[in-house]
Design a protein around this ligand. Structure first.
Ligand code: FS2
Ligand code: SF4
Length: 541
């Protein structure tokens, strides 16, 4: 196997024996094959569009979900991947019949097999290392990882009835382009930046889906303690799953707690009406082993990040949507799109209440609409010098000790600075008592990783209010923590919006070849992180 798509990749170069995340070589192999056949299907759908034909939303959504399932920590179930490879080939073989000139199609678009041994043979030669030139490989993978992140956001929007044909067509065109040996490095760089443009569109689509369905996030205090009832813990990013779970748990005596990236659900008005929506339990994804143990009740994983579960609670872990883990029950939609969570609720009723591991409250809900409502005091605080600088510290958390940098950095920032955050990166500092500036908390949490879009809108609004020509003239520094591929699309989206001098840590992506990294450094001023002291000095200069 060879995988280097996430920040925790072995030795900061690539996982070759087994994934640090728990991905086995067999799983890596079939995931490589799924990406290959999805590229093939995308080449066919792109050729059909070039012929002036339309592609069904079902096919668009199938491709999106294929990409999403291969994101780090989303799905560890080999059989789900073999089934998706088979279905992808079936869809593709049906569509190939409509192509007028198949001679221009790539090998991936023409390959097919229903024999598992043959699939495994093919999988072994179509992975990341099949591209020999390291710069071309780097750009292709940068695009693919960005598309995976984009697909995750689009899939959530799809669940709420939103879709965007242009984004779907781009995802497929770009995937197909990663098979095209005639593209120059410059053309691949251009495609990378175009991926960022569609990243902005994808996050805007999801933002409209979330706020249009559940209202605008508002300032909210979230309980981080526990109650006396048994509970269900819901993790991941899918708000539609949460909505259905809350509806189905009404009157059952079971409380619902959020975990990790589901925390920001508390900020939406639509969920506040559920009296059993108790609070948030625990921290970022990587502390699952201890926290799922002590939670006592069933856990529903709606997306990544799954840590391979311990046997002691594996029987209490359920998956749905793009998430999966062999041996954990997977809950599918029925024909009407509804999910039946009764098995989880029945299990919860027989479980002990969660063991309290923390107490108190945390505050969040500072997505774009709420911050725009506070624009007056915020602008005044900047003008008066009470706020000297904003630090965008969005992104991901992870297990490496080097990420303590972000806790130390947040704690060491001068008291006249404000942190803008989104994503699970916030858990590195959202329970520190960093105080407020004239009533404005010093950590403003916009929401999930996809809500980094809100941070971009806030920056654009401040640019407008201060009458600046360039977003980079604002007193905003970007010190972003990344882990998986959703952070890649957030980064590409920020680059598309013209944001420069982003610092990315705790390490730069292993998939950036020295030459590709140089392009990002020279063009956009991307940099890594250093010591807390040096970086604070640098940022405040
Ligand atoms: Fe955190 Fe994991 Fe949000 Fe990432 S829970 S690293 O998937 O997407 O962020
Ligand atoms: Fe390794 Fe990350 Fe790939 Fe898992 S997702 S195999 S940890 S590079």
């Amino acid at each position: 196997m060879f995988c280097y798509q996430c920040q925790e990749t072995a030795g900061c170069t690539g996982c070759t024996k087994a994934g640090v995340c728990g991905k086995s070589p067999e799983l890596a192999r079939v995931q490589d094959l799924l990406i290959y056949v999805t590229k093939g299907l995308s080449a066919v759908t792109t050729a059909l569009r070039d012929q002036g034909e339309t592609v069904s939303p079902e096919t668009d959504h199938y491709i999106t979900t294929n990409l999403f399932t291969t994101i780090t920590n989303a799905n560890f179930d080999d059989e789900i991947f073999y089934a998706r490879v088979a279905e992808t080939l079936k869809i593709k073989n049906d569509l190939v019949a409509g192509i007028k000139d198949t001679s221009k199609l790539s090998a991936a678009a023409l390959w097919s097999s229903d024999d598992r041994a043959e699939m495994d043979r093919k999988a072994a030669v179509v992975g990341v290392l099949a591209t020999e030139n390291e710069d071309v490989r780097s750009l292709r993978e940068l695009i693919i990882y960005g598309l995976k992140g984009l697909a995750a956001y689009v899939k959530h929007a799809n669940e709420l009835g939103r879709d965007n044909a242009e984004i779907n067509a781009f995802v497929q065109k770009a995937l197909a382009a990663t098979l095209d040996d005639s593209l120059s490095a410059d053309e691949l760089v251009a495609l990378t930046l175009e991926t960022g443009k569609f990243g902005v569109s994808g996050m805007a689509l999801l933002d409209e889906a979330n706020t249009g369905t559940y209202g605008n996030p508002e300032i909210t205090k979230v309980n981080i303690g526990t109650g006396k009832n048994p509970g269900i813990l819901i993790s991941g990013h899918d708000l539609k799953d949460l909505e259905q779970l809350l509806e189905q748990t009404q009157g059952t005596g079971v409380d619902v707690y959020t975990h990790s990236e589901m925390l920001p659900a508390h900020y939406y008005p639509a969920f506040k009406k559920f009296s059993n929506f108790f609070g948030n339990y625990g921290n970022a994804w990587w502390k699952q082993k201890e926290e799922f143990e002590s939670f006592n009740g069933p856990i529903l994983m709606t997306t990544n990040c799954i840590v391979p579960p311990k046997d002691s609670y594996k029987g209490r872990m359920f998956t749905t949507g793009a998430a999966g883990f062999a041996g954990c029950a997977h809950i599918e939609k029925d024909a009407e799109g509804k999910k039946d969570f009764s098995a989880i609720i029945d299990m919860a009723k027989k479980c002990e209440p969660p063991v309290q591991i923390e107490e108190g409250e945390i505050i969040g809900g500072f997505a774009h609409n709420q911050v725009f409502e506070l624009a007056g005091p915020v602008v005044e605080a900047v003008k008066s010098g009470a706020i000297k600088k904003f630090f965008v510290m969005a992104g991901c958390d992870g297990r490496q000790k080097s990420r303590n940098y972000y806790t130390d950095f947040a704690a060491a920032l001068p008291k006249d600075t404000v942190i803008l955050t989104a994503g699970c990166a916030k858990y590195k500092y959202n329970k520190l008592d960093l105080g407020d500036i004239g009533g404005i908390p010093r950590v403003l949490d916009a929401g999930q990783c996809n809500d980094s879009y809100s941070l971009a809108l806030i920056a654009l609004k401040l640019k407008e209010v201060f009458g600046l020509d360039d977003i980079n003239e604002l007193p905003i520094a970007y010190n972003i923590a990344w882990y998986e591929q959703k952070a890649v699309i957030v980064l590409l989206a920020l680059l598309h919006l013209g944001v420069k001098n982003i610092h990315l840590g705790p390490t730069l992506p292993a998939f950036l070849s020295p030459n590709v990294a140089k392009v990002l450094v020279d063009t956009f001023g991307i940099a890594g992180i250093g010591t807390v002291e040096d970086d604070i000095r640098l940022f405040l200069n």
